[in-house]
Design a protein around this ligand. Structure first.
Ligand code: T5A
Length: 209
């Protein structure tokens, strides 16, 4: 991979979409070629799967949800992310592998070893890891307040109980602690401008001179 692959992670309402948009604007203005994308989704096939994963009311087993996220990711990687990286571009992706480990592995499966092994083995098969992951960290309560203020139809995971979102927050923090060379935590409780400044100061050290 010649390009730079940056992912944004965090719980509901952490401000990922806001920050990834601001970073996209800033980097594009500086003359970088930047692709802005998201998961689940990002390519036509993966966006179709997104609807099924997030908004279809039929229950999906944990393994089916995991495989559906991975299937969407495979299409997204093959048709958008890997070609952009091969062209030397910067790819900014709203959620990626860590979300699967956190939401399916720790949120839904509560850290069950067989489920974590299942997810990790699929992740290994995908053979694509970000160069940098920005973890936008806010409390589940503040995230829920922001989501309530924003409104809109809640998806499959937003409807989960408060304890689920606490497990998600704890799992993201654990990942940041176990992979400090890749994952950088950003305090996302500040204003959008302050968070954007913190994000840019980290990203700047990864940019080609
Ligand atoms: N998922 C995803 C899995 O379970 N497994 C997986 O493998 C993957 C990839 C995706 C869902 O799928 C799950 C995780 C998710 O539940 P989504 O619709 O793509 O869902 O949405 P999320 O990624 O969850 O993002 P959200 O829509 O929840 O929020 P964001 O993007 O973190 O936050 P944002 O920027 O939209 O901001 C939310 C509100 O807060 C305001 C914004 O204006 C907006 O109204 N805001 C701020 N307010 C005050 N101060 C700030 N600093 C603010 N920043 C933003």
């Amino acid at each position: 991979m010649k390009g730079l692959f940056i992912t944004f992670e965090g719980g509901e309402g952490a401000g990922k979409s806001t920050q990834i948009r601001l970073l996209h604007e800033t980097l594009s203005q500086k003359g970088h070629k930047v692709v802005l994308t998201r998961e689940p989704g990002g390519s036509p096939g993966a966006e179709a799967l997104r609807e099924l994963i997030l908004f279809n009311e039929a229950p999906l087993s944990l393994r089916a949800q995991t495989l559906a996220h991975m299937a969407a990711r495979a299409d997204h990687l093959d048709s958008l992310i890997l070609p952009a990286l091969a062209r030397g571009e910067i790819v900014l992706c709203d959620r990626f592998h860590d979300s699967t480990l956190v939401y399916q592995g720790y949120g839904l499966a509560r850290g069950d070893k067989a489920s974590l092994d299942f997810i990790r083995s699929l992740r290994q098969l995908m053979a694509c890891e970000p160069d940098l992951t920005l973890l936008l960290d806010i409390s589940p309560e503040l995230g829920a307040e922001r989501m309530a203020a924003r409104g809109g139809k809640p998806d499959r995971y937003e409807q989960e109980a408060t304890e689920f979102h606490h497990r998600v927050a704890a799992a993201f923090m654990a990942i940041a602690q176990t992979a400090p060379e890749r994952v950088r935590r950003v305090d996302a409780s500040h204003s959008p401008e302050q968070v954007a400044e913190a994000v840019l100061s980290i990203v700047s050290t990864y940019l080609p001179q």
